[in-house]
Design a protein around this ligand. Structure first.
Ligand SMILES: [Zn+2]
Length: 447
């Protein structure tokens, strides 16, 4: 993203996450950390956060304080306000999994453990689950769904199903709430089409009380099912959008796992963008309200050829989003940015944003948007009001000018009259003088 060689670039990684808060991306953990439970080196290397300032495209690395989580890969993450929450994950050595919950404050860069890794309560110790934040009756909750962990995990959540595989692991369809104000794990009532035990799926927030689950490694193999989860403070209702096997007439993405998904809001409702996955190197978008998929086929290989990568969406204008792709487990592991534009005919256009043109393209997009904006009714009224005011002022000025003209004419006329009077008086004075001189001369002669 940063064009200059001297600018900082985060190290390549996979099985991490990148969370957007405001105009910043926060990227933490991932492969490449020491393969130990805990030591000074692991603590030191996981006590950094890579931050991308989206309005410049520049990255920087910042030190964090407090103890970061030990589940450094395939954990689940979700933001609420100025905090990012991290659940569970794999410890990056042997079969060590976690069920801890941590918060990371983006203002103080401080880690806080909210719930420790323990077999006593909460979800099972697991990786490849997913988590969203919900808000019900002004209360914040985190919702943790599914995942995989060691088969000897106890205790099981009542109502959830567990499927042992490869003898030592099990996958689950647990659904837990974590009520932030109480700091407690809650088991909600689950109704409807509960997804089977699944991991490596995506769970994406639609709004404060619903989320969408797609794909993953389910009980019977890799899935391409879509579930909508609707939450109350004590329950979850799940509904399967439709069975793709019954919809051969419709476009539907292949089964996939270890892909990434983000929500794109448009004037015609929410959409889910799905990118990559293990051996499924393509990009799809789902109109959530109309339940229809569309394949975005013009994206280059360096963008779609990804799995175990991170994907973030940033809204550049109300119709244009930039997608920031980072890392992954294929030969394409660097940063890539592409643009997703919602066009007026309910269609999408995509194009790659070259990293060395990031700022230039950003300014261009924002200028284009401003220019394309029609004048709003309120603005039009204000323009009309000002135009009328201007016309009125012009009329007043003309009237004033006319009056001044009249005064000037009158004064000129008076001046002329006075001049004439003066001339007349001067004439009369001269005549009188002549008369007096005449009289004097006659008197002198008489004498
Ligand atoms: Zn460990």
């Amino acid at each position: 993203m940063a064009a200059k060689g001297k600018d900082y670039q985060p190290v390549e990684r996979s099985r991490h996450s990148t969370v957007k808060v405001g105009d910043y991306l926060y990227m933490w953990g991932g492969s490449g950390l020491p393969k130990v439970h805990n030591n000074e080196e692991k603590k030191s290397k996981s006590s950094v956060m890579d931050v991308c300032h989206l309005s410049t495209g520049r990255w920087e690395q910042k030190l964090t304080t407090g103890n970061p989580p030990l589940g450094v890969i395939t954990y689940a993450a979700a933001p609420i306000g100025n905090e990012i929450f991290y659940f569970g994950g794999h410890c990056n050595h042997n079969d060590c999994f976690h069920n801890s919950l941590y918060s990371f404050n983006v203002d103080t860069f401080d880690w806080k453990e909210l719930s420790p890794t323990t077999p006593c309560h909460g979800p099972m110790m697991k990786s490849l689950s997913d988590m969203v934040a919900i808000k019900i009756n002004s209360e914040d909750y985190l919702v943790v769904v599914g995942g995989r962990g060691p088969s000897n995990n106890v205790p099981n959540q009542p109502g959830a199903q567990y499927r042992v595989f490869e003898f030592i692991y099990k996958k689950c369809n647990e659904i837990h709430f974590f009520k932030l104000s109480k700091g407690q794990w809650i088991s909600p009532t689950v109704t409807g089409d509960r997804p089977p035990p699944t991991y490596a799926f995506t769970l994406t927030s639609i709004n404060n009380s619903s989320a969408i689950l797609f794909g993953g490694l389910a009980a019977n193999g890799v899935s391409n099912n879509v579930y909508i989860l609707n939450f109350t403070d004590t329950s979850v209702n799940c509904s399967k959008i439709s069975d793709p096997r019954l919809c051969i007439c419709m476009q539907w993405p292949e089964t996939r796992q270890s892909h990434s998904s983000v929500l794109i809001d448009t004037s015609s409702g929410p959409h889910l963008l799905v990118l990559g996955g293990f051996l499924t190197y393509d990009c799809w978008i789902l109109d959530i309200n109309n339940k229809s998929w569309k394949k975005l086929s013009n994206l280059p290989k360096n963008i779609i050829w990804r799995c175990f990568h991170s994907l973030s969406a940033w809204s550049v204008t109300p119709t244009t989003s930039w997608m920031i792709v980072f890392g992954g487990h294929t030969s394409y592991r660097d940063i890539a940015v592409f643009e997703l534009k919602y066009t007026s005919n309910n269609d999408w256009s995509t194009s790659e944003i070259p990293l060395d043109q990031y700022q230039e393209k950003l300014q261009e997009r924002r200028r284009e948007w401003e220019v394309s904006q029609p004048v709003h009714l309120e603005d039009k009224r204000e323009i009309d009001r000002l135009r009328r005011l201007l016309e009125e002022k012009e009329r007043e000025l003309q009237e004033e000018r006319r009056k001044k003209e009249q005064i000037r004419n009158r004064l000129q006329q008076q001046l002329q009259e006075k001049e004439q009077q003066l001339q007349q008086l001067q004439q009369e004075g001269k005549e009188r003088e002549r008369g007096i001189q005449e009289g004097c001369r006659k008197r002198e002669q008489d004498l």
